[in-house]
Design a protein around this ligand. Structure first.
Ligand code: ADP
Length: 493
């Protein structure tokens, strides 16, 4: 009987489950969307039981597919939307409220009160003080949900990011654990000592008894319980989605870089076995931990990437489909002087300007929808270039860039990206990097694969080589810089 690895890819808008065969090829995938809740401006919530139910449904589809393939699932890997915060009752398993999603800005005011500690937070966690991370979201729950603090202090509640919530449920409440990558996004975890940090827990007033045990990304996370799945399956891997994509893209060596073009954009670089501190607005994070060895990464985040194309399609009605942006952009010989900075929710790396707002500059009577579509695609590439340049300032060597995510389907975007960076861009034929990363981590721990075998399992790719001259590049970049200046909030002018 052939063997399969089941990867659970729990995302922000949908829960996916993907089966990989022994050669690391995808053989089946199932996906279910779940509702998003926006109770106030800037707030984003999920219902933890809806996350669980959609994930289980996708898993059940995979179990049936495995039977159809006469194959046996030998291990599960989990990857997940990061930072999203869940608190639940240890005895009943019921969440005490909705999950506070990574995008939610409700703790912005509270973060301001922590300003005096921002250097200490950065030094210990590698993170920039921001509502993005779990710590202040958990504090909000303890302060605002009636009875939560008392129950938490009496050890009656459990905290987890989405990985922990899924693993706890899948194992029938036996395993309350997370992995180092997810822990490194909580703002409570010391990335040097690899422990929950006492000083940070005191600062945020969070009882240590509600926190999960932190384990390596590739290793034992327990066995699924009969109440959830008819067959007991061991869970052998766990990592946050961007770290899983870094691993799934085969960025195993220091200097290897991947960029995901999804709703937002996430550029991560493997920086080896020592944390690199950025002087240019990048986050230091844990890439993975395997066999007692920790690999660190630098990360830059672009808040609006493919979402700018979705906005042109859904809000302005300028595009019939996301794909149409490629044809329209390619129908022009140049950008016609039009620049679009989609700073809808401020600017992330390297600007960290939450007051910036979007602009389109250089409009003339001759501007067409093709120019706007092209400007949106170019903006995705300029923002990535801004992050990459910050990364270059922080580190000596950068290799080629591997890409994935929905908008990486767009050939115009990737060619422009290669041109703008003067670097080769590589798009793997298998764009399931996130799910594949979790499968790799589980397959390593379960003995299906050895580390040396993984590079040979990455499959084919398409390369985009730079063709632009330096003067052309300089001219475009100065146009972009000018447009960015016009979006900045007053405090930065
Ligand atoms: P996520 O995982 O963040 O939900 P995906 O990786 O599925 O996102 O990517 C979806 C995003 O990519 C959407 O914002 C969509 O507008 C954009 N997108 C999808 N296809 C294309 C395309 N061919 N060209 C440009 N953008 C695209």
């Amino acid at each position: 009987m052939s063997r399969l690895i089941l990867s659970l890819d729990q995302g922000t808008t949908s829960s996916r489950a993907v089966l990989f065969n022994e050669r690391g090829e995808k053989v089946f995938a199932a996906q279910y969307e779940f509702p998003q809740y926006f109770p106030q401006a800037g707030w984003v919530e999920h219902e933890p039981l809806e996350i669980l139910e959609t994930q289980l449904q996708a898993v059940r589809d995979c179990l049936h597919a495995a039977i159809d393939h006469s194959a046996q699932i030998t291990a599960i890997g989990v990857t997940n939307q990061r930072e999203t915060t869940i608190l639940w009752d240890k005895a009943t398993g019921k969440p005490v409220g909705r999950a506070i999603v990574w995008q939610c800005r409700r703790t912005a005011e509270f973060c301001k009160t922590l300003e005096p500690y921002k250097d200490m937070i950065r030094e210990k966690t590698g993170l920039i003080l921001d509502p993005y991370f779990s710590g202040t979201k958990l504090r909000w729950m303890l302060d605002h949900i009636p009875g939560a603090r008392e129950k938490a202090e009496n050890g009656k509640l459990l905290f987890g990011t989405v990985d922990t919530w899924l693993i706890w449920n899948l194992t029938g409440g036996k395993v309350h654990a997370t992995d180092v990558t997810n822990a490194s996004r909580t703002m409570l975890f010391n990335i040097h000592t690899l422990e929950w940090d006492k000083e940070l827990l005191e600062l945020l007033d969070i009882p240590v008894c509600i926190l999960p045990e932190v384990r390596p990304s590739s290793g034992n996370f327990g066995v699924t319980d009969a109440a959830f799945l008819s067959v007991p399956l061991p869970i052998y891997g766990c990592a946050g989605d961007q770290q899983a994509a870094l691993f799934g893209q085969g960025c195993f060596a220091p200097g290897d870089v991947k960029n995901t073009y999804g709703t937002g954009g996430f550029l991560l670089m493997n920086t080896g076995d020592k944390p690199t501190v950025s002087r240019h607005g990048l986050l230091t994070t844990i890439g993975w931990s395997i066999g007692g060895k920790v690999t660190y990464a630098l990360e830059g985040s672009v808040f609006v990437s493919g979402a700018a194309i979705k906005w042109l399609r859904d809000e302005l009605g300028l595009l019939r489909s996301a794909e149409e942006s490629e044809t329209l952009a390619g129908s022009l010989t140049d950008n016609g002087g039009v620049y679009f900075v989609p700073a809808f929710v401020g600017l992330g790396t390297p600007y960290w300007d939450s007051g910036a707002r979007g602009t389109i500059t250089g409009l003339t009577r001759g501007t067409t929808r093709a120019h706007i579509a092209r400007a949106a695609l170019e903006a995705i590439a300029y923002q990535t270039a801004d992050v990459l340049h910050a990364m270059e300032e922080d580190t000596a060597s950068l290799g080629e860039i591997k890409v994935d995510g929905g908008a990486s389907e767009n050939g115009f975007l990737l060619q422009f990206q290669a041109d703008l960076l003067g670097r080769r861009i590589v798009r793997p034929d298998n764009v399931e990097a996130t799910a594949q990363g979790a499968a790799f981590l589980a397959g390593l721990a379960s003995g299906m694969w050895r580390m040396e075998e993984l590079p040979g399992m990455l499959g084919g790719h398409t390369a985009f080589e730079p063709r632009m001259t330096q003067p052309e590049r300089d001219k475009l970049c100065s146009g972009w810089e000018d447009a960015v200046r016009r979006t900045r909030s007053e405090s930065f002018m």
